[in-house]
Design a protein around this ligand. Structure first.
Ligand SMILES: Cc1cc2nc3c(=O)[nH]c(=O)nc-3n(C[C@H](O)[C@H](O)[C@H](O)COP(=O)(O)O)c2cc1C
Length: 235
């Protein structure tokens, strides 16, 4: 079965017609964090819509996948940070299987970044700081609800929200135990750049000494003074 009108409609879609930056993979930073910061900064300063939005992909212990959009909250020497409730689907997945992937897509720049790594819960102080910086309604909602569970009737939702707001009014610094900041400690970080005429480029960084081997005849290099091997991939 095919759906010709849908198929034609999808094929007719074109990417944004912005001028695409050249990607000089030879000159790329030896540390992926530096290159990521450059690309993120470009996305932020050039009005990419929601430049910190990223897809977090997780899987249960037996491999059932799940993915959702989150916001990047920080980028440190440890890795890429996000914050969420530990009690929802992603929290259960990460408890059973702490490996995860992040995907950023900045369409206006034809850029994608993929991160694969191990996820660790951050220190309590980081989780608390994140929670206290949230909008009061978002805080009340996180306290009132059971993220990812079926929504009860409107009256129950309202009374749980009222109770959460009341608790917040009494103790403005309250942070639920179930709110956590997590860091994805990267093992590989891959940068993909579109170019006119389908001349895309991919550059993958992987931690030196990691499991993935280097094929004979490829251009992998370990930049002096870093833990990262850089290699270009077929796009
Ligand atoms: C743009 C955008 C940003 C989001 N940011 C967050 C976030 O930072 N933390 C969060 O818990 N959920 C965020 N969400 C909601 C998640 O996508 C998801 O629905 C929720 O975390 C439940 O996921 P789970 O059931 O897989 O645990 C965001 C959704 C969108 C569309």
């Amino acid at each position: 079965m095919t759906n010709p009108s849908m198929r034609d409609r999808l094929r007719a879609i074109r990417p944004p017609v912005n001028e695409l930056a050249p990607f000089d993979t030879e000159a790329a930073a030896s540390d992926p964090r530096e290159l990521f910061e450059q690309w993120l900064e470009t996305a932020i300063t050039n009005d990419v819509s929601q430049p910190t939005a990223m897809t977090l992909s997780t899987a249960t212990a037996d491999g059932a996948p799940s993915a959702r959009t989150l916001l990047l909250k920080d980028l440190t020497a440890e890795g890429f940070w996000f914050a969420s409730l530990t009690t929802a689907q992603k929290g259960a997945d990460l408890t059973a299987n702490p490996r995860a992937a992040l995907t950023f897509y900045w369409p206006e720049h034809g850029r994608q970044v993929r991160v694969v790594g191990t996820v660790r819960e951050g220190p309590r102080a980081v989780s608390e700081r994140d929670f206290l910086a949230r909008h009061p309604t978002a805080r009340a909602r996180a306290m009132a609800g059971d993220q990812s569970e079926p929504l009860p009737d409107a009256g129950t939702v309202q009374s749980r929200m009222d109770a959460a707001r009341h608790l917040l009014a009494l103790t403005p610094d309250f942070v639920p135990e179930s709110w956590a900041a997590f860091v994805v400690e990267p093992e590989t970080v891959e940068f993909w750049q579109a170019a006119d005429g389908h001349e895309e480029s991919r550059l993958r960084y992987r931690r030196a000494g990691g499991a993935a081997g280097t094929e004979a005849g490829t251009e992998a290099d370990t930049a002096a003074g870093t833990d990262w091997v850089r290699e270009r991939l077929w796009p």
